[in-house]
Design a protein around this ligand. Structure first.
Ligand code: PMP
Length: 316
């Protein structure tokens, strides 16, 4: 069939301007096997964020930070988008940059997985600068700041850890989606903390609909951990957008608990998720066991590509 004939089958509303219109409106999936086995009195649901263009939850804030930068006149044609990232925001910046015609420079800890390195550099043509792997995401934050300060006119630096547009992306999109998709029945929300944009934005957004909703951050139990994209706050630079006092608490998850849950999600729910999704569902189960009823919602930030490199699947 010719391209023209195929296009004729598409209705006008299905013809999208570009791939970036495929950001948001992700599916909400019930963890029915796991919740009925572990905490049958509650339901656990999770947003499958790998359905976003770019493959992760970070497409939402990346798009909003870039578009607000354009609106505010901070990002102009010819400038380079620069930021530190543990990977997912970088992929989103690179993809959006390509669509909108901006160069992208990403600062990432040297130990991020090969799949991400290849995707960003070879496929999306982003320039990647590696920071000291031992300093983790904090090393990348400091190096990005240094690069920006050397040449501020050349760069648009969204600074995702301190940019209100990060959490607002979730306030305006993820939260209303959850509210509608649960038929207004969500009672508890929890999400892992990296920049904290997801947990702060969704919590504020959901409480706008119902101030009784309880909201929690999910945190790695140890400072040295293997949960991709999450921060152990006590031993890290605390993001400017994080405000712990607004939350109802934090739930700690050990690396092995997250990895075990990744394997269970694959075997029992047929979902191939990244390790931070494992941490989120493990935390949801911990919370579910303390409740007599409720509808818990969490976020599955990405799928599993990196975990093949890091060996999550080697333990079964
Ligand atoms: N999981 C993964 C895989 C991530 O890449 C990130 C972002 N670093 C998060 C969770 C945390 O999201 P946020 O930055 O919104 O706290």
């Amino acid at each position: 069939m010719s391209k023209l004939a195929a296009a004729a089958y598409l209705k006008p509303e299905e013809l999208n301007e570009s791939i970036i219109t495929r950001i948001g409106n992700t599916p909400l999936i019930r963890m029915s096997s796991i919740d009925s086995a572990e905490c049958p009195q509650v339901e656990i649901w999770a947003k499958a964020e790998w359905y976003n263009a770019g493959g992760s939850v970070k497409a939402r804030p990346a798009l909003r930070m870039i578009e607000q930068g354009e609106k505010q006149g901070l990002l102009k044609p010819g400038m380079t988008i620069l930021d530190s990232t543990s990977g997912n925001t970088g992929i989103a910046y690179a993809l959006i940059g390509l669509v909108k015609g901006y160069k992208v420079k990403l600062v990432m800890p040297g130990n991020i997985c090969n799949e991400r390195k290849q995707l960003m550099a070879s496929r999306y043509h982003a320039q990647v600068v590696y920071s000291d792997p031992l300093q983790s995401s904090d090393g990348a934050i400091l190096l990005a700041k240094e690069i920006y300060n050397e040449n501020p006119d050349m760069y648009f630096w969204p600074d995702q850890y301190n940019n209100d547009e990060n959490w607002k992306s979730h306030y305006h999109t993820t939260a209303p989606e959850i509210w509608e998709q649960t038929n207004k029945k969500v009672t508890h929300f929890l999400a892992g903390i990296g920049t904290s944009g997801t947990v702060m934005g969704v919590s504020r957004g959901l409480r706008r609909f119902n101030s009784e909703i309880k909201c929690y951050a999910v945190e790695p139990a140890e400072s040295l951990h293997g949960i991709e994209g999450l921060k152990h706050m006590a031993s890290s630079i605390v993001p400017g957008i994080y405000n712990e006092s607004e939350l109802d608490g934090k739930i700690s998850v050990k690396t092995e608990e997250a990895y075990d849950m990744v394997n269970r999600l694959s075997e029992e729910e047929s979902l191939n998720t990244g390790s931070s999704s494992g941490a989120a569902i493990a935390a949801a189960v911990k919370l579910g066991k303390t409740l007599s009823e409720g509808l818990i919602v969490t976020i599955m930030p990405d799928s599993c590509e990196c975990d093949f490199t890091h060996g999550v699947f080697l333990n079964d």
